[in-house]
Structure formats: structure tokens, C-alpha cells
Design a protein around this ligand. Structure first.
Ligand code: ZN
Ligand code: ZN
Length: 143
């Protein structure tokens, strides 16, 4: 499981043609290596202490540039879009009690596209993403 680093994200911002401002750098630093799949709102909240003038638009623009340049990917699990610095194919496990979202590594050699069929006639499968829903180990123990 490899999470993109700040350097990966900064390279993405440069490829997107964005100037590396202190605010954009802070957003990249905040998301890099973060396996919690934060929303734009959560990243904004974490950063407004250091940058009281940071707007949501700056967060959205930066995240959108990072998504375009594969610095991160968008994750839609229902609710607000989340951002994932892990751009290698993987699944997710969502705890329905505490809301934790963990990465689930695909078993070695598993190809998320090969040989899979969709029951919908004519539908061409390009990618399959699984979401496991239930209780994380901690919540399961407490339950
Ligand atoms: Zn939990
Ligand atoms: Zn993930």
C-alpha cells in the first residue's frame, strides 16, 4: 500500500501548471500520507488555524488539480467526496459505527478488471471497486 508523498503531490501541482503557494503546499502536505480519506471540508478545517484566510475554493481547486495529475483520487462512498493519496487500485472497508475508512489491499496478482463480467448485457467492465461495510476491529470488539 503506497500513499503519495508531499513530493508526489507537489510534482502534480507543477504539472497542472499551478504556482506553488504556501497554501497549496500546505494542502498537499496535509493530504500526503493521510490514509483517513478526508473530505475537502476536513482538510480545510485542519488548515484554517495556520491559514485563517484559506478559502474552500482554494482547497477545491488544489484537490481538483491533484486529482487530474494523479496526485490523489476522488472517492465516492456516499456523502461528501473524499480524497485518497493512494492512487494504486485498492478496495475500502467502511466502519458503520465510527466512520473509519480503511484501505484494503488487493491480493497479490489480482487484476481488478480481468475476466470479470457485469450481468448488464453489453456493459464493458473497466474497473471493479469493492466497498466492505461493517464494523472495524475496534468497534467489533466494543460491540
Ligand atoms: Zn469503527
Ligand atoms: Zn483508499
Amino acid at each position: 500500500m503506497v500513499l503519495n508523498t508531499t513530493a508526489d503531490l507537489v510534482a502534480g501541482l507543477k504539472r497542472a501548471g499551478l504556482k506553488l503557494t504556501p497554501q497549496r503546499l500546505a494542502i498537499a502536505e496535509c493530504l500526503a500520507g493521510d490514509g483517513t480519506h478526508p473530505t475537502a471540508q476536513e482538510l480545510h478545517q485542519r488548515l484554517t488555524e495556520r491559514f485563517p484566510s484559506m478559502s474552500m475554493a482554494t482547497v477545491y481547486n488544489t484537490l481538483s488539480a491533484l486529482t487530474r495529475t494523479a496526485g490523489c483520487r476522488e472517492l465516492d462512498l456516499g456523502g461528501a467526496t473524499r480524497f485518497d493519496p493512494n492512487v494504486t487500485p485498492h478496495d475500502h472497508a467502511v466502519c458503520e459505527r465510527c466512520g473509519a475508512i480503511r484501505d484494503v489491499e488487493l491480493s497479490p496478482g489480482y487484476d481488478a478488471t480481468a475476466g470479470e463480467q457485469c450481468p448488464l448485457p453489453g456493459f464493458r467492465v473497466e474497473r471493479i471497486e469493492r466497498v466492505y461495510r461493517g464494523l472495524c476491529a475496534q468497534c467489533a470488539k466494543a460491540a
